[in-house]
Write a protein that binds this ligand. Structure first.
Ligand code: URA
Length: 237
């Protein structure tokens, strides 16, 4: 097995971050520093260390989904002592969030200690589909529904965003939005661009997986079928 694969499958970090560790000379195999990520190792026998600590292959990663409630920030720690989503999970779980939701956004948030999968699911290359529902102060101007599939340049920083927008009521104040990129505050910025504001945002699905069956703040381990779905989306199948 390649050394970088061994490290990412040991939960050390994403494949790319593991490459960086190797290039930095922080990885030893059987006492010898290796600086090439492609080094072949015998995963049965090799003793692999990162910064002197032994790392072992893992096959039992943890995959969790939560229906994130409002009022929690998506961060491992908050310097200003806000509540974070980590406060809703038992401390023994050594998982991190996959991507982020704003403090006031609700809906599915995935957590895992599988660094490789996390990296892939958040990498723009894989264009993971996210489906949101937004409630708006007033109907958006212009023709969002027609323009979003072709791509719009947001006024604030020129980001190009593409997706699907579907009004769910006649007043056009309730929308379903499907996006594949992962830009900051994307949905809210799209509606700002069209002259209105989102007052309630909920994520219905991430890579086809929903947490709508859970009460806000509740979480559970993902089913094997859901994990398969995530891995397929990430190109790990
Ligand atoms: N877009 C937003 O504006 N906020 C979120 O939390 C997620 C997507």
């Amino acid at each position: 097995m390649r050394l970088n694969k061994y490290l990412s499958h040991s939960g050390v970090d994403s494949r790319r971050k593991c490459d960086e560790l190797i290039f930095a000379g922080r990885v030893q195999v059987n006492g010898e520093t290796m600086t090439s990520p492609g080094t072949q190792i015998d995963e049965e026998k090799a003793e692999v260390r990162v910064d002197g600590e032994i790392v072992r292959l893992r096959s039992n990663f943890t995959y969790i989904k939560m229906n994130k409630p409002q009022g929690y920030i998506t961060s491992r720690k908050d310097p200003y002592h806000s509540q974070t989503v980590m406060d809703l999970l038992p401390g023994v779980l050594d998982v991190v969030p996959v991507g982020r939701l704003d403090k006031d956004t609700t809906g599915i948030l995935i957590f895992t200690d599988d660094g490789d999968l996390n990296f892939r699911l958040t990498h723009p290359k894989h264009g993971v589909e996210k489906e949101y529902e937004a409630l708006l102060r007033q109907a958006p101007g212009g023709s969002l529904e027609k323009e979003l599939p072709a791509g719009i340049r947001l006024e604030d920083n020129g980001d190009l965003v593409k997706g699907i927008a579907e009004a769910l009521n006649a007043k056009r104040t309730h929308y379903r939005i499907v996006l594949r990129e992962g830009k900051k505050r994307e949905v809210k910025r799209i509606f700002r661009h069209y002259g209105t504001r989102v007052y309630r945002l909920h994520r219905n699905a991430f890579a086809g997986v929903s947490a709508n069956e859970l009460k806000p703040g509740k979480w559970k381990k993902m089913t094997p079928e859901e994990i398969r779905q995530l891995k397929k989306t990430a190109g790990l199948d």
